[in-house]
Design a protein around this ligand. Structure first.
Ligand code: DAH
Length: 339
């Protein structure tokens, strides 16, 4: 029996040491140490031994079991760490490789400027509203005191989608929609896209952006208009910029003005950007026409107001010294990545 034990021990050790993977080592464990294993079988045969021999033999078998177990465990450990090593090797990172560039998006210059404009007017207490891009003739023209024979109503200037349905040519429609739903005091801005059937060139695009403003309350005067717009111009262009109010005409304001700032390129001396004028026009404004107030159910004898429409594209091109408005719409990444 001793020899048999020795033989089993030998065979088990050899098998364990040569086991190529964890699955086989488990099979070996079952083969020798399992309930029906060879060493267990040997223990069962001990009944045939003499009472003196039995404890000795029992001791030997148990020792053998422990040794086989130790060999198997050692092999198991080795296989395990070899597997980990293999895995680590396969996953090795070459930290000297250049990193993969992650392309994070950025804000379009028009969005940056629009956000800045919103910040400026919000800090003055204006609410920000949104209006539809598809408008009716009523909101875009009629209610704004634009007479039926006004050239702006011509098909050449306005994109009509159907009879009396059009793409808004100005954000001014927001004035009417606001006064229909809110009662004075009103202080709102409405930024958005507008559309005109213009030929594309360096300063014109059929799609561009405006920011409409409207203030209506008791006792609002031209001084309020000038104060707000001067403040706005200085916040956008800096304290040194000069601001000029020029008499103008809009059907929905009386009196009307256009606001210029000293040329951001030449400081007022005259250059290519300001076409030698020294000034750049940035917005139209005026005191809300009594007819407009009246058509919205606001009594012009009690309330007055002022309105303004800022050209967002113009503010953007002057601020960033962009010489061609088309760059804003071409979505060339090389251009957009500069902001
Ligand atoms: N809607 C005008 C335009 O597109 C700009 C404008 C002028 C808006 C005077 C106003 C305003 O609110 O009072 O040219």
């Amino acid at each position: 029996m001793k020899e048999k034990l020795e033989a089993i021990l030998q065979a088990a050790r050899q098998a364990a040491e040569q086991a190529p993977d964890e699955k086989q080592i488990e099979e070996i464990r079952v083969k020798y140490l399992g309930k029906k294993g060879e060493l267990t079988a040997l223990l069962k045969q001990m009944g045939s031994l003499s009472p003196e021999e039995r404890p000795k033999m029992g001791q030997l078998v148990n020792d053998a079991k422990a040794r086989v177990e130790a060999v198997i465990n050692a092999r198991k450990e080795r296989l395990k760490s070899a597997a980990v090593e293999l895995k680590l090797k396969a996953e090795t990172l070459d930290i000297t490789l250049p990193e993969k560039r992650v392309n994070v998006g950025g804000l379009h210059p028009l969005s940056i400027v629009t956000n800045d404009l919103i910040d400026i007017f919000q800090s003055m207490g204006f609410d920000v509203l949104d209006g539809p891009e598809v408008e009716t003739d009523y909101y875009n023209f009629e209610c704004l005191n634009v007479p039926a024979d006004h050239p702006a109503r011509d098909m050449q200037d306005t994109f009509y989608l159907a009879d009396k349905i059009l793409l808004r040519t100005q954000t001014s429609a927001a004035q009417i929609r606001t006064m229909e739903t809110r009662k004075p005091p009103i202080r709102i801005i409405c930024p958005g896209r507008v559309f005109r059937a213009d030929e594309v060139d360096a300063t014109h695009s059929p799609v561009f952006h405006q920011l409409e403003g409207l203030v209506v309350d008791k006792g609002v005067t031209m001084c309020d208009l000038m104060g707000v717009l001067e403040q706005f111009a200085h916040e956008i262009y800096g304290e040194d910029v000069k601001v000029r109010f020029r008499p103008s005409f809009f059907p929905f304001t009386e009196p009307s003005v256009e606001v210029d700032v000293s040329c951001t390129e030449c400081g007022g001396k005259g250059c290519r950007v300001c076409k030698g004028e020294g000034w750049i026009e940035i917005l139209g404004a005026g005191m809300v026409h009594p007819n407009v107030l009246r058509s919205c159910g606001i009594d012009p004898d009690v309330y007055t107001g002022f309105a303004f429409g800022i050209g967002i594209d113009r503010i953007t091109t002057t601020r960033y010294k962009i010489s061609d408005i088309r760059l804003l719409f071409e979505n060339d990444k090389r251009f957009l990545e500069q902001f």
